[in-house]
Design a protein around this ligand. Structure first.
Ligand code: GYE
Length: 306
């Protein structure tokens, strides 16, 4: 009888499932909420969690995955820092017969047999939502609308997709012009630093599109430091919907927040149990989300958990 018959891989033994989870890092409020959700959901589901923090470095994640393979965990889940460069290590997991679940971020490999499923948001659509807000807000504006963009981590799925979705929408009208675009690595400190540079070199900026809230919050400090009013002199749209950003929106400093839901833990544990049992799961599981203007942000604030 073949080992692991009926259940995929792992030596976990007994009935409890061991999950190796390779997290991106702790770069943002979104990420902190995501980690909390994963830890809590594992506890609730009685799943033994081996957690690793890659500090935003792909090489660290690859090491973590190799170590999970060596420890013969039952399932590996990870949120890939960047989209490319995963085939080798994922083939190693495949050879060890350990199923892989992509969480939050996708990879760009054409070999979809390397993972069971991808649980995460539609980042392209989030970018479109941000773009639609800009085209509505500036619909009547005459002359060029000058946009600064703070990109997420270079090569990451949310940076690539949010850029693409946004560009798709504003690209329909030549009056929208991205006058500055650089990575702020999804952190507050970098968001501030890069925005300071934009303010010095990019000329007038009408609107800032930040790929996440933390960079927008950092940029707000830079804008204020330059003697300008965030939300008025420079309109701001960002993605995530963490409490601090909804607060900034309620305070008039951010104009529009596109939601990206970090609370993936319960859905992830559900999928982990299924793939550990050798059950078939959908190749793509999407997360539902919304968006907040300043009034909606004010209303959502009291119940916001993260
Ligand atoms: O938007 C950002 C975080 O992958 C969706 O990563 C996630 C992104 C999120 O650092 O704040």
């Amino acid at each position: 009888v073949a080992a692991g018959c009926g259940s995929a891989g792992g030596s976990g033994g007994g009935d409890s499932i061991t999950l190796g989870f390779a997290q991106v890092g702790a770069e943002s409020g979104w990420r902190t909420a995501n980690t909390k959700s994963v830890r809590q959901a594992a506890r609730d589901a009685g799943i033994e969690l081996k957690f690793s923090d890659a500090q935003q470095k792909q090489e660290n994640q690859i090491k973590a995955i190799r170590s999970f393979i060596q420890q013969r965990v039952d399932v590996i889940a990870f949120s890939p820092v960047v989209e490319s460069g995963w085939d080798t290590v994922l083939k190693e997991a495949q050879r060890a017969d350990i199923p892989v679940v992509l969480t939050d971020r996708a990879i760009d490999s054409p070999d979809t047999s390397l993972y069971e499923t991808f649980l995460g948001s539609d980042f392209v659509e989030e970018g479109r939502k941000a773009g639609r807000w800009v085209t509505e807000e500036f619909g009547d504006a005459e002359g060029t609308v000058r946009i600064a963009e703070l990109q997420g981590t270079t090569g990451s799925a949310p940076a690539n997709d949010r850029k693409q979705g946004f560009a798709e929408v504003i690209g329909n009208d030549a009056k929208y012009k991205i006058v500055a675009s650089q990575t702020g690595d999804f952190t507050r400190a970098k968001g501030k630093e890069v925005m300071e540079a934009f303010l010095k070199s990019a000329g007038e900026i009408d609107v800032l599109y930040a790929h996440n809230d933390d960079m927008a919050l950092g940029a707000i400090e830079a804008i204020e430091g330059a003697g300008l009013k965030p939300g008025e002199d420079i309109k701001i749209v960002s993605v995530d919907g963490v409490k601090d950003a909804l607060q900034a929106a309620a305070d008039g400093e951010i104009n529009y927040v596109v939601e990206c839901n970090p609370l993936l833990g319960p859905q992830l544990m559900d999928l982990v149990k299924k793939v550990a049992a050798g059950e078939q799961v959908p190749k793509r599981v999407e997360v539902e989300e919304t968006a907040f203007d300043q009034q909606a942000a004010e209303k959502a604030l009291p119940d916001r958990k993260y």
